[in-house]
Ligand binder design. Structure first.
Ligand code: MN
Length: 249
């Protein structure tokens, strides 16, 4: 019995190695997992599900088909949006048979409640980003964006990435990490002792005490240098959470 978590693959045609690694990983999971949770920034950018029926989207089809095969093999698949792929929608979910999760979701992991987030909403010291995030998550803004032609959307996505890179170069490491009070508030609000998130690309298991209880914040890693995952199994007392890496030989 194992449940798997990944995030921040930032799949992009310009870095085909991570897509190949993912296809191997998804094939490996068939028949071996109780579930796979994708916690955002699966894609480097996503301009709308209709791209799958356009010439620009053909490169992604092997990934969509591999996710569909994994679902069909009986492994439940869950997808949470990141700050890059917030436009992943119902058509993508239908084609891959994944369940789209809201931006904060508590699951019962072998009986223990665990909070799942992409993690960008925890970076509350980055005021400029939080403001941009409110816009990207606004349904009216999204409808307007999706109404543009595919070439227009590709260009907008490219410009947003350039802007984000320029902004991030001027920010300190601390501003770009999670705010610990926001983390504590999230744990309290959702009544959980464990949070799993991605986004910061700083994989770690943080054990600390909150309101006299032992709590845990598990941060997933990105897929830039190698694949990264978290595998959770039921333990004798608590859950056993084990990070791992995938290397292509
Ligand atoms: Mn992110």
């Amino acid at each position: 019995m194992t449940t798997w978590f990944i995030s921040d693959l930032h799949l992009d045609p310009v870095r085909p190695a991570s897509t190949r690694l993912l296809l191997d990983f998804l094939a490996y999971l068939q028949g071996r997992a109780d579930g796979l949770y994708i916690l955002g920034d699966f894609f480097e950018f996503w301009i709308g599900d209709d791209v799958l029926d356009s010439p620009q989207g053909q490169g992604v089809l092997p990934v969509v088909e591999a996710l569909a095969r994994l679902s069909a093999s009986g492994v439940p698949l869950y997808f949470q949006h990141g700050n890059r792929d917030f436009l992943v929608g119902a058509d993508f979910a239908g084609r891959t048979a994944c369940t789209l999760l809201p931006e904060a979701q508590v699951i019962s992991l072998y009986g223990q409640p665990v909070l799942l987030m992409h993690g960008d909403q925890l970076c509350t010291d980055d005021h400029a980003y939080q403001q941009a995030r409110r816009q990207f998550r606004d349904p009216a803004w999204q409808r307007q964006a999706l109404a543009m032609s595919i070439p227009q959307r590709l260009e907008t996505a490219r410009q947003l990435r350039l802007q984000s890179q320029a902004h991030n170069q001027t920010k300190t490491e601390i501003i770009m990490d999670v705010n610990l009070q926001t983390v504590e508030q999230a744990l309290r609000t959702h009544g959980v002792d464990c949070l799993i998130h991605g986004h910061t690309h700083r994989p770690a298991i943080h054990d600390f005490t909150l309101d006299g209880r032992a709590v845990q914040r598990i941060v997933l890693g990105d897929w830039y240098e190698h694949g990264s995952f978290l595998r959770v199994a039921p333990g004798s007392k608590a859950l056993s959470a084990e990070p791992g890496w995938l290397v292509r030989y």
